[in-house]
Write a protein that binds this ligand. Structure first.
Ligand code: PEP
Length: 250
């Protein structure tokens, strides 16, 4: 059985103080949840304070990016072991905003995924098609290229513990959600493709849906066979709405 994972991507929002306030409010609201894994991914500068705040709670911490080199002359970058050292267990890799604005490619995603695992982090690797690609009917080709390129070279254990986030770019931050059926179709495609590459790991890998998930649409999405959780931007920023997402089945 795959344990559902509800992950919040705060993007470039919240100072350290604001992150701590949100976490203080969230902790009691989700304290009784043990059937869903909870993950929040603040900005780098809030990770230390956030980690202090979540100690002893059921909330996990993740970063939104890393660089694959271990250390050295790479001004402005953060290494996998630094991300691990500040208390993260997960890291988002290859978010569409990073692909769009910061030139990330399947090749850099792959380097980051491998480096994250080597540092003891679990990557949440993002894939997804643009609106143009969906309209041109090349969604499956695009996703296949991202998966084969970005997720190559994993061993069996890594392939099972990896988290994949399917985020149609046209649904991110737009208020436009993929229908549960549209999302399920791509999730099933991803799992089948993954089984061709990594065999048994396909039953274990968690595939999150991302793109305007909110407390109103979460439960229908979570009912789909191959949707194992959400990667949520806007609706993860406030404790109330994120708690509702975590408790989608209640
Ligand atoms: C995201 O940040 O990955 C995301 C899906 O954002 P939103 O939920 O705001 O669409």
């Amino acid at each position: 059985m795959r344990k559902p994972l509800m992950a919040g991507n705060w993007k470039m929002n919240k100072t350290a103080g604001e992150a701590v306030s949100m976490l203080k409010a969230l902790k009691p609201e989700v304290a009784d949840v043990n059937d869903v894994e909870i993950l929040l991914c603040p900005v780098f500068t809030a990770l230390y304070a956030a980690n202090e705040e979540i100690k002893g709670s059921n909330i996990n911490l993740g970063a939104q990016n890393l660089f694959w080199q271990p250390k050295g002359a790479f001004t402005g970058e953060i290494s996998p072991s630094m991300v691990k050292d500040v208390g993260c267990s997960y890291v988002i890799i290859g978010h569409s905003e990073r692909r769009q604005y910061f030139g990330e490619t399947d090749e850099t995603v792959n380097k980051k995924v491998i480096a994250a695992f080597a540092a003891g982090l679990i990557p949440v690797a993002c894939v997804g098609e643009t609106l143009k690609e969906r309209e041109e009917n090349v969604t499956f080709e695009v996703i296949e290229k991202q998966i084969r390129g970005g997720l190559a070279g994993l061993n069996a254990e890594q392939a099972s513990s990896l988290v994949i986030a399917y985020e149609p770019v046209w649904a991110i931050g737009t208020g436009k959600t993929a229908t549960p059926a549209q999302a399920q179709e791509v999730h099933a495609f991803i799992r089948k493709l993954y089984s061709e590459i990594y065999k048994d790991a396909a039953d274990k890998v968690r595939i999150l849906y991302g793109g305007s998930v909110n407390p109103q649409n979460v439960s229908e999405l979570m009912k789909q066979d191959d949707i194992d959780g959400g990667l949520v931007g806007g609706a993860s920023l406030e404790a109330d709405s994120f708690a509702k997402l975590v408790k989608y089945a209640k």
